[in-house]
Write a protein that binds this ligand. Structure first.
Ligand code: NAP
Length: 254
């Protein structure tokens, strides 16, 4: 599918690696100016270099998306350097997996903080530019874990919460030309799933092979599978799709 897009300023959080890095590169290839946000500004350099080497425009910005002051400063910095942002991909994420009887309050708070508070703070800051421009595209990263996953009460609660957050953003911001959608990946081959394999005590290769057998298309996903979906959802022509949860998991989800 060829997505058509007017060049805009896009922000991708957690874009130093994994799905965020692939999405930042894809949005740059679509013609957008891309702000690569991650915890540490230095860690953004690789993604920024990949974009600029390919002829695109990008900056790296260090920010903890769960910190309101840092978010306000980062979004202002992006607007100053690249113009007001009208595409936002809330991708930054962490896992702190454990069965509930072993889960600490810190495990709970940090996961809810990055995914839910982070997406709220970023969306609140960026919607000011979107409503002014009468155009906006917000994509939030949910997960198949929203439907429940052993060892992830914190993460599945956050990812299910993001689905309600997305639908409400769609309702509130639709009249300003802003759409909000959630992409819910299944197994994607990144450092996050590598860490899950380590936690389970299996090699990443075996974990991938085992997981692929359970997926209807018989393979695990790659970051580019998610980036392609986000490319379409942020395009001009996706303006009538809003408040949806798109599962990108190699098979059907309820
Ligand atoms: P990843 O490889 O672990 O990358 C996540 C990035 O987010 C890292 O660069 C991380 O920085 C950054 N980050 C963490 N906390 C942050 C904060 N407070 N502020 C700013 N940046 C922060 O993860 P991924 O697999 O690409 O996942 C990306 C998103 O997709 C996440 O929301 C994840 O929950 C979701 N997802 C992934 C899968 C999957 O199978 N991989 C499936 C479903 C959903 P550091 O490196 O410094 O920690």
């Amino acid at each position: 599918m060829l997505a058509t897009s007017t060049p805009r300023t896009a922000i991708v959080t957690g874009a130093a690696r994994g799905i965020g890095a692939a999405t930042a590169k894809r949005l740059a290839a679509d013609g957008h100016r891309v702000a690569v946000l991650d915890l540490d500004a230095a860690s953004c350099a690789e993604t920024v270099a990949a974009i600029t080497d390919a002829g695109g425009q990008a900056i790296g910005v260090g920010v903890d998306v769960a910190d309101a002051d840092q978010v306000a400063a980062a979004v202002a910095q992006v607007a100053e350097a690249l113009g007001g942002p009208t595409i936002l991909v809330n991708n930054a994420g962490i896992t702190r997996d454990n069965l509930i009887f072993k889960m600490t309050e810190q495990d709970w708070d940090s996961v809810i903080g990055v995914h839910l508070r982070g997406s709220f703070l970023m969306s609140r800051a960026v919607q000011a530019y979107m409503t002014q421009e009468k155009f906006g595209r917000i994509v939030n990263l949910s997960s198949t874990s929203a439907q429940g996953n052993r060892g992830q009460v914190n993460y599945s609660a956050a990812k299910a919460g993001l689905q309600g957050f997305t639908k409400t953003l769609a309702i509130e911001l639709g009249k300003f030309g802003v759409t909000a959608n959630a992409v819910a990946p299944g197994f994607i081959q990144t450092d996050m799933t590598r860490a899950t394999a380590e936690r389970l005590g299996v090699s990443f290769e075996d974990f991938i092979a085992f997981s692929a057998k359970e997926i209807p298309v018989q393979r695990v996903g790659q970051p580019e599978d998610i980036a392609a979906t986000i490319s379409f959802l942020t395009s001009d022509e996706a303006g009538f799709i809003s408040g949806q949860v798109i599962y990108v998991a190699g098979g059907p989800m309820d």
